[in-house]
Design a protein around this ligand. Structure first.
Ligand code: GLY
Length: 363
C-alpha cells in the first residue's frame, strides 16, 4: 500500500516493518529509544525488533499500561530515563503502543531538550485510526484529558495489522468507535459499510479509509483553528464520561466506550439544536447501543460531568463548544450549548437505553 502524505511526514502501511527498517537506516539518528508499556514490550516490540536485526544501539523505556498513567509523573520518568541513557538532540524516540504511549511519548519527545524526533508505531486499533495521526501529543492532569500538550509532528507513522491479533475484543470494539465517528462526520457510504462488517472484520482497507479521513482533516487544519474540531464529535460528552469513570477507581471505561455514549448524546443535540434528522438519530442510537451497550448515567453523576465539560478546550466565554452532525457524513463545529440543553441529551440517552431494554452494564 502506498504511504499517505501528512503534514511533512508519511503514514506507512507496513505490515512486515520493511519500510520502517529502510526509514531508520536512511535516517541520521544518533541513537534509538523505544517507549513501550508493560503489554507492548511483551507482545509488540519483539515483532518489530525481529524485523530490525541490524539495529543494536537502542534502549527501551517501559511505562505501566493504562490511561491513569498518562500523567506528569510518568512523563518525568521518561525524561529521566532519556537523560540516564544519554539521549542527545539527534536521538529518536519510537513510541510503540496505544494512544497513551503515543500521546505521552510524543509529548516527552517534543519537550525533551526542546524537542527530539519521534516515530509512532500504534498497536491498538484506536491509536492506528486516531491517536497516532495528526501530531497531537499530551498528558492528563487530574483526569482532565489531554489538558497539557503540544502539536508536534512525528517523523513518520508505521501502521501494521499484525498487532490487532493480540488485542482483546473489548480493546478492538473501543477502537472501532473512532472508525464509526469518521463515517458519521465525513463519509456516509463508509458509515454504512462499517456497520455491515463490524469491529472484528476491521482490516487494512477499513483502517486505511479511517486514516485517510483523519489525515484529510488534519492536513487542512493542523492546529485545530477550525475544521479539525469536527474530529471531536462525541468527545465533549465522551471525555467528561471517561474522566468521571476514571476518577471512580476500578470502574474505568475505555475511551471508545465513553465515546460511543458521547456520540449518542451529541447526536441527540445534533437533532435538537442542529439539522440531523430524527430518522438518522434513531438509526445511529440503535446501532451504537447494539454494539456498546449502555452506561449508567445516574442523576447524581450528571453535574459532575457538566463540571468536567467546563474544561473542554473548545469552550468559549463559558459556553460549552460542540461539533454537531449536519447529517450522517457531515459535521459542523463551533456550536455552543448550555447546561440545560446538555442535560436533555443525558435524558435522551437514558430513555432510549431503557426503551431498547439495554441495561446499564458498564458502570
Ligand atoms: N483526536 C482528535 C484529533 O486528533 O484532533
Amino acid at each position: 500500500m502506498q504511504p499517505l502524505a501528512s503534514n511533512g511526514y508519511s503514514v506507512f502501511f507496513d505490515n512486515d516493518f520493511a519500510q520502517l527498517s529502510d526509514f531508520l537506516q536512511k535516517g541520521d539518528y544518533s541513537k534509538v529509544f523505544f517507549l513501550t508499556d508493560t503489554n507492548t514490550s511483551v507482545h509488540c516490540l519483539p515483532l518489530i525488533n525481529e524485523a530490525l536485526p541490524w539495529l543494536t544501539n537502542f534502549d527501551i523505556i517501559e511505562i505501566d499500561a493504562g490511561e491513569e498513567n498518562k500523567n506528569i509523573d510518568y512523563c518525568i520518568g521518561i525524561w529521566k530515563m532519556l537523560l540516564d541513557f544519554g539521549a542527545d538532540r539527534k536521538s529518536l524516540l519510537i513510541n510503540v503502543g496505544g494512544g497513551v504511549v503515543t500521546d505521552i511519548g510524543g509529548f516527552a519527545a517534543a519537550t525533551f531538550k526542546r524537542g527530539i524526533r519521534f516515530i509512532n508505531i500504534p498497536t491498538s486499533l484506536l491509536a492506528q485510526v486516531d491517536a497516532s495521526i495528526g501530531g497531537k501529543t499530551g498528558i492528563d492532569i487530574s483526569n482532565i484529558k489531554n489538558i497539557v500538550g503540544t502539536f508536534s509532528t512525528p517523523d513518520a507513522v508505521f501502521i501494521s495489522d499484525v498487532f490487532l491479533a493480540s488485542l482483546d475484543r473489548r480493546q478492538l470494539v473501543s477502537g472501532f468507535a473512532e472508525i464509526i465517528k469518521h463515517g458519521l462526520i465525513a463519509d456516509e457510504a463508509y458509515y454504512k459499510e462499517i456497520q455491515s462488517c463490524g469491529p472484528e472484520a476491521a482490516g487494512s482497507a477499513i483502517i486505511r479509509r479511517s486514516v485517510e479521513i483523519k489525515n484529510e482533516v488534519v492536513t487542512q487544519d493542523p492546529h485545530e483553528s477550525g475544521l479539525r474540531k469536527i474530529l471531536n464529535f462525541g468527545h465533549t460528552v465522551g471525555h467528561a464520561i471517561e474522566a468521571f469513570f476514571l476518577d471512580r477507581k476500578g470502574k474505568s471505561l475505555l475511551h471508545g466506550e465513553a465515546l460511543a455514549a458521547g456520540m449518542i448524546c451529541e447526536a441527540y443535540l445534533s437533532y435538537k439544536h442542529h439539522t440531523l434528522s430524527h430518522e438518522d438519530l434513531s438509526q445511529l442510537s440503535a446501532y451504537l447501543f447494539s454494539v456498546y451497550g449502555s452506561i449508567s448515567l445516574l442523576p447524581e453523576y450528571e453535574h459532575v460531568m457538566l463540571d468536567y465539560m467546563k474544561n473542554d478546550k473548545k469552550n468559549v466565554n463559558g459556553q460549552t463548544g460542540f461539533s454537531l452532525l449536519k447529517r450522517v457524513g457531515a459535521c459542523d463545529y463551533n456550536q455552543y450549548l448550555n447546561d440545560e440543553q446538555i442535560l436533555e441529551s443525558f435524558a435522551y440517552y437514558k430513555q432510549t437505553a431503557s426503551a431498547m431494554k439495554i441495561a446499564g452494564s458498564k458502570s
